[in-house]
Design a protein around this ligand. Structure first.
Ligand SMILES: [Zn+2]
Length: 84
């Protein structure tokens, strides 16, 4: 997970950070996006998926090998590329 992981889905803007209050009153913060692993392509999370709208995105640095795999396999929409 990158340090600057998204707080909202890039498509539907759903809140990806979830506060959960335990029965004892303590509070935990969780992430709602789904990390997708495709072991036949790469050992580890390749991209993330919104639990609400199903949008996928790639928060790896531009030169990261996992990003290159996800893009090559057309698993994610390239938000950065679409803006260029
Ligand atoms: Zn979404």
């Amino acid at each position: 997970m990158s340090d600057d992981s998204r707080a909202h889905c890039p498509r539907c803007n759903a809140d990806l950070i979830e506060e959960h209050v335990n029965e004892d009153g303590s509070c935990v913060t969780g992430r709602r996006e789904i990390g997708v692993e495709l072991p036949h392509l790469y050992d580890g999370i390749l991209f993330w998926c919104c639990p609400d709208c199903g949008e996928t995105w790639n928060d790896w640095p531009l030169d990261h090998p996992r990003r290159a795999v996800a893009v090559r396999e057309q698993l994610v929409w390239e938000w950065e590329a679409s803006r260029a």
